[in-house]
Design a protein around this ligand. Structure first.
Ligand SMILES: [Zn+2]
Ligand SMILES: [Zn+2]
Ligand SMILES: [Zn+2]
Length: 234
């Protein structure tokens, strides 16, 4: 558990704000070496605080620039950068730890901002709120053209999610989804060919099976994850 860098009280799980002294703790980039760069003054404005952000270089495969707000500790990533950072930081995860995935999300506290729509730091259009991935518990603000905003603490949460196998779960669900779609398409073609009585071998393709009902908005989550990871436009 992390401790407050100001008063060293233990931080509440999954929060960057200390309950005792109220200060925000910069915990997102703890596992990443980075350098503040002043060579290019960022023109980008923090959508939470309305001040200029700083550009920092994470030095992954050479230069890897992202923007950070010094005040609220929010981060802005260009398209696909967040994915690349997570890939570079968390590796060797081969199994899904479902109870861990449930418990890290149970610990999430409501953030300081509530449900608000904020402006893209580049084009100032309001960003979309999209689920990051299956059971991630993080709703990110995303501009389809310019990238993704994470509030302070959310990056660390996504690292934890990925370590618990969240990414694998996500991929698994996307595959199930594709399989179910292919199955539906087969049935449609089959039915339109006029031989609807032959239903094939029920159970043979049970892997695809009926999708789990535990997530009623699974479709939306998967769709947004696909859009997010492929950067595909609607
Ligand atoms: Zn404190
Ligand atoms: Zn800010
Ligand atoms: Zn934008």
């Amino acid at each position: 558990m992390a401790n407050c860098s100001n008063c060293s009280a233990p931080l509440p799980p999954d929060s960057i704000r200390c309950d005792y002294c109220g200060s925000r703790n910069d915990i997102d980039l703890k596992e990443v070496n980075y350098h503040t760069t002043h060579e290019s003054e960022s023109q980008r404005i923090c959508p939470r605080c309305d001040i200029r952000m700083e550009t920092i270089d994470l030095k992954i495969d050479g230069r890897f620039l992202i923007e950070r707000c010094e005040q609220c500790l929010g981060l802005f990533f260009d398209p696909n950068e967040l994915e690349a950072l997570m890939q570079a930081t968390v590796s060797n995860v081969f199994t899904i730890n479902r109870s861990r995935l449930d418990s890290i999300n149970a610990a999430v506290r409501a953030d300081d901002y509530g449900i608000t729509y904020i402006k893209c730091p580049v084009c100032t259009k309001l960003m979309n709120r999209v689920n990051f991935g299956a059971k991630s518990g993080v709703i990110v603000n995303r501009c389809r053209d310019h990238g993704v905003w994470l509030d302070g603490g959310e990056l660390r949460h996504l690292f934890e999610w990925m370590k618990a196998g969240g990414k694998i779960l996500d991929q698994e669900r996307q595959e199930q989804r594709k399989k179910a779609e292919a199955e539906q398409e087969r049935e449609r073609v089959h039915a339109s060919a006029g031989s609807g009585r032959d239903t094939g071998h029920p159970g043979f393709d049970s892997y695809g099976g009926p999708l789990s009902s535990e997530d009623p908005d699974l479709f939306a989550i998967v769709q947004s994850a696909i859009r997010f990871f492929t950067g595909k436009k609607d």
